[in-house]
Design a protein around this ligand. Structure first.
Ligand code: MSP
Length: 523
């Protein structure tokens, strides 16, 4: 247990369409982390939201024949509603068109102007409108003047612009990344960022004179602030930084900011550069602490290419809903986390989803059901006292003891695949233990009554631990299972729950199937 505050953020999504697998994936990862840290007793703050300014939004609105604000209002609300529908436990939802954000961004940019970190110049070069990203001549040439993400032609910009003195901060950023191995994960991405930084980086254009849809530059409203500068600050403006609220804090920010910053950003690998370079440079300019961790996950791909709204091949929200109604929402969460090690690319596979569901049903559902049914019919539902006598008991008991440390360490390393698989492995071991010890045979021999007690008690303890560890991942199903085991979760932390055995004589509930019978998947 720890009482260290934990702040976790998703990227803020462009509200130009419904959420899809890509955004659902990131948001579920953050939700699992938020739930784990809450269960761990830590004050936890989980932020998500929508990134509503910029060329991409302006163009998407033009295509729909709507004002950008109208498009943003519509889809931002859809994002908010979908997160509620999917049981996401975010504490706040920030929109970059909200007055609280706009006012704070203006103050932040003003501070950077005042310190001399922003100067007026001119930009002549390439821009990837889909990624809202400036592209150097060399990069543009290598990519044949097309976006490396969407394949769409790069756009030539030639306009006056304000620059941020990014180059000045590059040596400090390199130093920081080198000194903090956990700042960028996974390690392969960290190395990529370092080599790109070492190759040299120019100052960053941070305003657009040819775009109207954005936050005006303070003192020069003919320019709007570059959408990434606007967007990245959301992580602190949502906490009240630069809100001008001196009531609960001081000029630097509110109590929320003081309590929760710095935090952990979970993002897709395509937006790592912004988070690992631009954002730290901005924070350095403001004299603020850098994020604890920037964790870049892989892409859902199809045919080796990033799947997405513009690139195609992405699993849509209606498809996710159909799978969820067949298999349960918890099974989808499980599938997303177990599909690949954090950081690797993934490919959506209905077969793998079926496999993941069957694993939950057979390993967890059946393991629990067998255990509860046997305790019910052999011991009137009362947990017997077990004595570890055989090597097989000791082997299972060791696994039970190891689970809490192993799961905690997996969360600390952001090895979410291990965090989800470890409890399943324990449940699998329980099934193996029951198969090997054959309690239904022990039941027939009165001399084996002690042995039967041990098998029943140990199986129940192990299943309880597995479900406790699964609470962040399967919030509904693990809670249902623990209710069947009659485990009281109220106000208990991960450590409280993981360090206590169920007492002898504990009355367990009736075993009811945890997962639905699925004949044929609908989708
Ligand atoms: N608005 C910016 C983020 C600003 S954060 C200060 C943005 N938005 S986005 O809506 O285009 O993408 C949001 C996130 O979704 C990114 O992390 C991106 O990597 C992720 N994904 C979009 N498509 C994806 C896949 N196919 N697979 C995995 N993640 C994907 O970028």
């Amino acid at each position: 247990m720890s009482d260290k505050p934990f702040y976790i953020t998703t990227p803020i999504y462009y509200p130009n369409g419904e959420p899809h697998l890509g955004s659902v994936y990131t948001t579920v990862i953050c939700d699992v982390l938020a739930r784990f840290h809450r269960l761990n007793g830590q004050p936890t703050y989980f932020l998500t939201g929508t990134d509503e300014h910029g060329t991409k939004m302006a163009k998407a609105a033009a295509v729909e024949g709507a004002e950008p604000q109208v498009l943003a209002d519509k889809y931002s609300q859809i994002f908010r509603d979908v997160w509620t529908e999917l049981g996401i436990t975010n504490d706040d939802f920030i929109r970059t068109t909200e007055p609280r954000h706009k006012a704070a961004v203006t103050r932040i940019v003003q501070t950077m102007l005042d310190s001399g970190d922003i100067y007026l110049g001119g930009y002549e070069g390439w821009y990837d409108e889909g990624q809202e990203q400036f592209v150097t001549e060399t990069e543009a040439k290598t990519a044949e003047y097309k976006s490396t993400i969407s394949g769409k032609p790069l756009v030539r910009y030639s306009e006056p612009t304000y620059f941020f003195r990014l180059a000045k901060y590059v040596p400090k950023i390199i130093e920081y990344i080198e000194a903090n191995p956990r700042f960028i994960v996974p390690e392969s991405r960290r190395n990529e960022v370092l080599s790109k930084l070492r190759a040299g980086v120019d100052d960053l254009s941070i305003s657009r004179a040819t775009l109207k849809w954005g936050i005006p530059m303070p003192h020069d409203p003919a320019h709007v602030i570059y959408v990434w500068i606007d967007a990245l600050t959301n992580y602190i403006t949502a906490l009240g930084y630069a809100s001008g609220d001196t009531g609960s804090g001081d000029a630097a920010g509110t109590a929320l900011y003081k309590k929760f910053w710095p935090g952990t950003h979970v993002i897709g690998k395509d937006i790592l550069w912004f988070h690992a370079v631009y954002w730290p440079a901005m924070l350095m300019s403001l004299g603020l602490p850098l994020p604890t961790t920037v964790a870049a996950h892989g892409w859902w791909v199809q045919g080796g290419k990033k799947a997405g709204k513009s690139t195609g091949g992405i699993t849509t929200l209606p498809e996710i809903r159909a799978f969820s109604s067949t298999y349960t929402l918890d099974a989808i969460r499980y599938y997303l986390l177990r599909a690949a090690p954090f950081g690797s690319d993934l490919e959506w596979s209905p077969d793998e989803l079926t496999k993941a569901f069957n694993e939950l049903k057979n390993v967890l559902g059946n393991g629990l059901n067998r255990t509860l049914k046997m305790i019910g019919s052999y011991r009137g539902g009362l947990l017997p006292v077990g004595k570890l006598t055989d090597p097989i008991d000791h082997a299972l008991a060791e696994k039970i003891t190891a689970l809490s440390t192993d799961v905690r360490s997996a969360y600390d390393r952001l090895d979410l695949q291990a965090a989800v698989m470890l409890p399943i492995d324990l449940a699998r071991a329980v099934n193996g233990y029951i198969d090997a010890t054959e309690p239904f045979k022990l039941k027939k021999d009165p001399d084996k009554s002690d042995r039967l007690d041990t098998v029943l008690a140990l199986s129940a303890q192990a299943m309880a631990r597995a479900f406790i560890a699964l609470l962040p991942i399967l919030p509904t199903k693990a809670a249902e299972a623990l209710a069947q085991l009659n485990v009281n979760l109220d106000g208990k932390t991960f450590d409280d729950l993981m360090s206590h055995d169920l007492p002898a004589g504990h009355l367990v509930g009736e075993g009811k199937p945890l997962f639905p019978n699925v004949e044929k998947p609908k989708a």
